[in-house]
Each structure stands twice: as structure tokens, then as C-alpha cells.
Write a protein that binds this ligand. Sequence first.
Ligand SMILES: C[S@@+](CC[C@H](N)C(=O)[O-])C[C@H]1O[C@@H](n2cnc3c(N)ncnc32)[C@H](O)[C@@H]1O
Length: 259
Amino acid sequence: MKQSKFNLGSQDRFGYEWSKFDRIIPQYELQFLKWVCPLKVNDFKGKKLLDAGCGIGRNSYWPLKYGAKEVFAFDYDKRTVSVAKKNLSQFKNVHVKYDSVYNIRFKNKFDVAFSIGVIHHLEHPHKAVQKLVDSVKKGGVVLIWVYGYEGNEWIVKYVNPIRKITSHLPLEIINIFTYSMSVPLYAFVKLLPQKHPYLKQLSKFEFWHLHSIIFDQLIPKIANYWTKEEALGLLQNKGLKNIKAYHVNNNSWTVLGRK
Ligand SMILES: C[S@@+](CC[C@H](N)C(=O)[O-])C[C@H]1O[C@@H](n2cnc3c(N)ncnc32)[C@H](O)[C@@H]1O
């Protein structure tokens, strides 16, 4: 597929991933609550939400369970959208669509607009965040979760150069490659006691889930690892106040602001 200037979010490559790792599992709830900290379960009750770049729908699923009033979830890959539709089919108050974050047309509509694990893969992150800001009503919250530089220096140093090659390889080959890498990591986190919060979290995952995380690291064309200042900068000067960053798992940033 020819890449246009707004088409470098690796959605086709993530589409392959989501068609392989398509299940919503209970462990995703804790992961979701970490990603959206400092929001709590009650902050979603009765609220209108936007989930930009929803993947399989795992981050819309929990707010819907918590009693969200209405959720608009969208992704820029058709395969992914059909998986999300299936995963969220039990809810009547969700709309799952195929669209790009750059095309959000909602204005002053949502109580919360979030984009989890998407913005750091985009070629125009500021443009995408501005769209999220436009979509929330006054007093509404914009929240993004992005890879951090702090805590991921080793990924930036050792994994990023590998990703620059693997992001051009056929996905079936990366699948086999990452499968073989997942075996020793799985043994490591399962057999040895883990202190680091992220490794502790990984130790509770099944093999396929660990594999999906490694696979996810090596497929995208763009993967930015932002410092706290850079992550805060994504929300600044866009009409938000009270902008704060939270260090999640000592390796990523949840940044949140209010309109
Ligand atoms: C790492 S996945 C995260 C998915 C989901 N938010 C989650 O946490 O499970 C990144 C997602 O962003 C989507 N994406 C990439 N470019 C996009 C765009 N321009 N607009 C909307 N979604 C996009 C991909 O298709 C992919 O599903």
C-alpha cells in the first residue's frame, strides 16, 4: 500500500497483530486502569467517551462495563474495526467505526477523549492531539498514553535499531522471530521473582500475550519514546489546562489535561 503523508501509523501492520491477538482478557482491566490513571472507575460512569485508535476495543470495554453513557471507538484499519465490533457487540451504547484520528469531526461533544498507545506511532502527533482536544466539551478531559524515554533507554538503544529493519519485513517472519524471542523472556519472568513493576505485570501474562507485546514493539514504522517534558508538550498550547504527566510502570507516560 502506498503511504500518504497521513498514513504512517502502521495501521495495516497492527491490523495483522490484532487479527492474531484478538481476545479481551481479564488482565487488560488492570492494564487499562494503569493507563488511564489518575481516572478511576467512577470517572467513566454516565460519561460520553471517545477512544481514538481503539484496536480490538479493549480500552472501550472496561468503561462500558463501568457504566459509560456512550462510547465512540474508531480505528484506521478495517480488520481491526471488525474485531473491535465483535468484542464490543454486547453493548448497545457503543459505535465502532473505521476512521483516522486526523479526521475526527466531533466538536465539544465528549466528557473524555483518550488515545492509548497510538500517538507515539503517528507522523503528526500534535495534529492528532488537537483533534482530541476539539472533540471534548468544556471541562472535558483529554488523555493520552505514550511510550516514555525514561525507563526505556535500553529499548531506544538496542531495540529501536532492530525495529527500523523489522518494520520493513513481512509480518509472518517477524511473528516467527518474536516467537523465538518470547520463549526465554517468558521463562525469565515466570521462573524468577520480579521487582520491576512492568516485569511483575508481565509475569502474570500468558505466553501468547507476552509474544504479542514483543511483536508489537517490532512492527511499527514509527515509534517515539518521549521524555516527560516532550510528553507534556504534546498537550500544551492546545486549549487545555491542568496538564499533568504520570509515570506508568516506570516506562511510559499518561498525560492528561482539561479543556
Ligand atoms: C498499538 S495499537 C493500540 C490500540 C489500542 N488503543 C490498544 O491500546 O489496544 C495502535 C492502533 O492505532 C491505530 N492507528 C494507527 N494510525 C491511526 C490513525 N491515523 N487513526 C486511528 N487509528 C490509527 C492502529 O490501527 C492500531 O490499532
